[in-house]
Design a protein around this ligand. Structure first.
Ligand SMILES: *Cc1c(COP(=O)(O)O)cnc(C)c1O
Length: 409
């Protein structure tokens, strides 16, 4: 099937083709905006303006400036020599762990706060599960001097005390969600309720390539700086822009979307997505959406999600908080369904072992999310001259206690 091509200007050179969102936010059969009518004015304002604002030179200047001087971009593309030797292929690491705040999430929160300012909003809301997105949001709100309210399930507040403290220190208000299972989905409901009640002055910052259109596309574009940099960095190091494979872990899928973005429509570049199999795909305790998910609607978009026979969303499980999500963004559902992406599920144990190995071979302690991506070498054999880029989405400091408990360090 042929799709309309359209050229847009976000990062200067992006062409819209089949693996990108179309004008309605559809990725193949996935995506779209399935929202209550009361939310329509909010998402519609964003939809009508986001591409124009992103293409505005003053927006791009400010975004580029903050990515450079505040976040510390470009992040290095590092040739991992010892890891390469061990697995007999050329492995490069895209060092998003070196971003300010320790992960890729800040690329998106900076983009969205600038977007909010252009739309005349003076109040930010967000929801967070493990607290990473809450911290990234509170960070940029402090930077801009904008009021910040983060919704978080009461249970998660107790489980994630250090991140709650960080948010408070950064000046954000953390509001507990007291209903339901008192975790992420309840916090999401509270945030949506808030947004419906405050449509004029408030912007809702979503932290991954999920949610109703235009969020998945907007977040993917903000994160696309990752593959934009990989292209010129690889050209410098290997004399070519295209790796043979680009690998990333997928929770909602934002670091992956950023790492794939400029390669989505380059068929020579293999796309590998790594999901959390938790204690094993068949144990009932996993977050392996591609293996277990069925088509459904979550957070306003049609995608693959883990659900019971009668369509109730299943509680996901992973040792890594960032991958502990029952769905994937619509881009990834499409990459899976179309066969463009290869999906691999990695258990807790495999990820932890891989994280320890990378620490000791390269002197880099990865976030446990990223450790999942490093475990693929047990499943996939690469050729000696293959260039494999792994997106190192975040650093492991936040996970130290989990590593300590697991390895009895
Ligand atoms: C949040 C997080 C993820 C998962 O989110 P995506 O939207 O799938 O990228 C992965 N790695 C790290 C380090 C994170 O903090």
């Amino acid at each position: 099937m042929k799709r309309k091509k359209r050229t847009t200007t976000i990062s200067g050179e992006t062409e819209r083709k089949s693996y990108h969102a179309d004008e309605k936010g559809n990725y193949g059969e996935f995506g779209g905006a399935y929202i209550p009518e009361m939310l329509y004015p909010n998402t519609e304002e964003l939809r009508q303006n986001y591409l124009r604002i992103m293409a505005d030179p003053s927006f791009q200047r400010e975004f580029d400036h903050l990515l450079k001087d505040y976040v510390g971009r470009p992040t290095p593309l590092y040739f991992a020599e010892r890891l390469s030797q061990k697995y007999g292929t050329k492995i490069y690491l895209k060092r998003e762990d070196l971003c300010h705040t320790g992960a890729h999430k800040v690329n998106n929160t900076i983009g969205q706060i600038l977007m909010a300012k252009k739309l005349g909003k003076n109040r930010i809301i967000a929801e967070t599960g493990a607290g990473q997105h809450g911290v990234a949001t509170a960070t940029v709100c402090a930077l801009m001097g904008i009021e910040c309210v983060v919704y978080m399930g009461e249970i998660d507040i107790a489980r994630q005390a250090p991140n709650v403290a960080r948010m408070k220190m950064l000046g954000a208000k953390v509001r507990p969600a007291l209903s339901g299972s008192r975790t992420l989905k309840d916090a999401t409901n509270e945030a949506i309720r808030d947004w419906i009640n405050n449509p004029v002055d408030t912007h809702y910052i979503i932290g991954s390539v999920v949610g109703p259109h235009p969020y998945p596309d907007m977040v993917a574009r903000f994160q696309s700086v990752i593959s934009e940099e990989i292209k010129w960095q690889l050209k410098e190091k290997e004399g070519r822009e295209n790796p043979d494979y680009v690998v990333a872990c997928v929770g909602g899928g934002s670091n992956a979307a950023g790492a794939y973005f400029h390669y989505l429509d380059v068929p020579e570049v293999g796309i590998i997505a790594v999901e959390a199999a938790g204690k094993g795909i068949d144990t009932g305790e996993s977050a392996a959406t591609s293996a277990l998910g069925k088509v459904g609607i979550i957070h306003g978009s049609k995608t693959l999600l883990m659900q019971t026979q009668d369509g109730q969303i299943t509680e996901p499980y992973s040792i890594s908080a960032g991958l502990d999500y029952p769905g994937v963004g619509p881009m990834h559902a499409h990459l899976f369904k179309s066969g463009r992406g290869e999906f691999i599920s990695i258990t807790d144990d495999e990820a932890m072992t891989a994280g320890l190995e990378v620490s000791q071979l390269e002197g880099i302690i990865p976030a446990i999310e990223t450790s999942h991506a490093f475990a693929i070498f047990d499943y996939k054999q690469f050729k000696e001259d293959d260039v494999v880029v792994i997106n190192l989405s975040g650093r492991g400091d936040k996970d130290l206690q989990t590593y300590i408990d697991y390895f009895k360090l």
